[in-house]
Design a protein around this ligand. Structure first.
Ligand SMILES: C[S@@+](CC[C@H](N)C(=O)[O-])C[C@H]1O[C@@H](n2cnc3c(N)ncnc32)[C@H](O)[C@@H]1O
Length: 204
């Protein structure tokens, strides 16, 4: 089923247009994306849970949107979830849920808010790639992790079409600064026949 905002989601190229797009989409996002079988949050949460000994440690849900990713993390057992995003209207929807410990707005390319203790786990689910955040966000999040920390993230079929996105992982693994613990190809939005890769990367 293709309708509404989904069909316009993969061409945005600037943070201004991305923010405006998600602000406009905020109130109908959950319905449209759920109707299309949004599978990546559950896949990411399950993948990260496999490698996390302590699910009571705070986790950052970067690009949290309306909270579908946070909800999947919660269902996988993560108990303390902080969410940040650049869309104020997505934030309003997220605030109506009880998924998060804290919710913040972020400017594109801004320094991440610093928690008292660095996040042992960070998620960027459906966030990096065409129409959303640039691959520089992957590097930002890797730098924010402590050694041993884990990043779970996804690249959908549009993001995978640009080899520079997946190559960013190799930049870290080749120099021995990270291990790729998990990589799986599977459903992203079956309703529009879109797949994604899910990755779990550990900083070393
Ligand atoms: C497809 S939605 C995914 C939302 C949520 N993670 C989910 O799985 O439903 C992409 C989200 O990334 C956010 N986003 C895009 N670029 C961003 C950036 N540079 N920094 C923070 N959030 C960003 C958008 O505002 C939007 O809420």
């Amino acid at each position: 089923m293709t309708k509404g905002f989904l069909s316009k989601s993969y061409g945005k190229t600037t943070s201004v247009s991305v923010r405006a797009h998600y602000d406009e989409w905020a109130t109908s996002y959950n319905k449209e994306i759920t109707e299309n079988g949004y599978a990546t949050p559950g896949r990411c949460a399950a993948a990260l849970a496999q490698f996390s000994n302590d699910r009571t440690a705070p986790i950052l849900d970067f690009g949290r949107g309306t909270s579908l990713s946070g909800l999947a993390l919660k269902l996988a057992g993560f108990q303390v979830i902080d969410g940040i995003d650049l869309s104020a209207d997505m934030l309003k929807v997220a605030k109506t849920t009880e998924t998060y410990r804290s919710l913040e707005l972020i400017e594109p390319n801004a320094v991440l808010p610093t928690p008292d203790v660095a996040y042992a786990n960070i998620a960027a689910i459906g966030v990096i790639g065409a129409g959303a955040a640039p691959i520089s966000v992957f590097h930002l999040l890797m730098h924010a992790l402590p050694k041993g920390g884990k990043l779970v993230f996804s690249l959908n079929g549009h993001a995978l079409a640009d080899p520079e996105n997946e190559a960013a992982i190799n930049e870290w693994t080749k120099k021995g600064s990270a291990n790729l613990l998990f990589k799986e190809h599977g459903d992203h939005l079956p309703g529009i026949n879109l797949k994604s890769n899910v990755y779990v990367v550990e900083k070393t």
